[in-house]
Design a protein around this ligand. Structure first.
Ligand code: NAP
Length: 259
């Protein structure tokens, strides 16, 4: 399927690994030139090289922490006129509601609510002026259904979801659409970290932790980054113009709800 976005440009925040990297690969396969970002230079350079070699698109890499003003300024300097924005950052650590301090909440809000909002505020006006744009925010299934230990994630990401619900409709007439992609468990470093955290919390082996986390997924497995990346690329395509302000779950059926 030709996604109709060859020659466009995309900025993917937090994209040297995992879901961000998989989304970058899928967009590159569709012929999109990329700006990639992460804090660690080594993995970022390797990711950029792998993509440019394999897909022949132009790739710019910018190291920096997307949750900080300075990191965002560096990224934005390289991505001023992009057509596509994929927001992403690391998820908050798991924990318990009794232990979280104000600083923990501020950290989660900075990373998973205010950083993506700041990126949209910076890049939406240009997309609107040019009459075309796509924004995909990588959030989490924790917005739709509670996950033990991930209250910080749910709190911050639900705030972002509220912002998107209003803003996506506010600007839809300009040719720019914003949607959220909600991953369930996908086989990335983040999933490994959560497997380890559960094993520690419950005093069980990592294998048992994976078995228990898989048991709640009707598909019977973790999602693959490639499945996620392809869905992200579709939401960035010429065909997604009528999908506005939606929260698209990729969870193998894990959230047990009719709607
Ligand atoms: P991952 O495999 O750990 O990859 C995270 C990527 O983001 C890396 O490239 C990392 O590189 C970069 N990154 C992290 N923090 C950053 C920051 N502050 N600034 C710039 N780059 C940053 O994680 P993932 O599984 O792809 O998860 C992506 C997002 O989806 C996270 O928010 C996660 O909570 C959420 N999510 C994931 C799952 C899952 O099962 N995988 C499920 C639900 C939600 P550096 O470390 O070098 O910066």
């Amino acid at each position: 399927m030709d996604l109709g976005i060859s020659g466009k440009t995309a900025l993917l925040c937090a994209s040297s690994k995992g879901l961000g990297f998989a989304s970058a690969k899928a967009l590159a396969e569709a012929g999109v030139d990329l700006v990639l970002n992460a804090r660690g230079a080594e993995a970022l350079e390797a990711a950029g090289e792998q993509i440019s070699k394999r897909y022949g698109v132009a790739v710019t890499t910018v190291t920096g922490d997307i949750t900080t003003e300075a990191g965002r300024a560096a990224v934005l300097a390289a991505a001023e006129n992009v057509d596509i924005l994929v927001t992403n950052a690391g998820g908050p650590p798991p924990g318990k509601w009794t232990e979280w301090t104000r600083d923990d909440f501020i950290g989660a809000l900075d990373a998973n609510m205010l950083a993506p909002i700041a990126m949209m505020q910076a890049l939406l006006p240009g997309m609107m002026a040019r009459g075309w744009g796509r924004v995909v925010n990588i959030t989490s299934q924790s917005v739709k259904g509670p996950i033990p230990g991930l209250g910080l994630s749910s709190s911050a990401r639900t705030g972002l979801t509220g912002f998107v619900a209003v803003t996506a409709r506010d600007i839809a007439h300009t040719g720019v659409v914003i949607n959220n992609l909600l991953p369930g468990i996908h086989a990335t470093d983040r999933a490994v970290a959560l497997d380890l955290a559960m094993a520690k919390r419950e005093n069980i082996t990592v294998e048992e932790s994976i078995r228990r986390r898989t048991a709640g997924i009707p598909v019977g497995r973790f999602g693959t980054p490639d499945e996620f990346g392809a869905t992200c690329a579709f939401l960035c395509s010429q065909y997604s113009g009528y999908i506005v302000g939606q929260n698209i779950l990729l969870d193998g059926g894990g959230i047990n709800a009719t709607f």
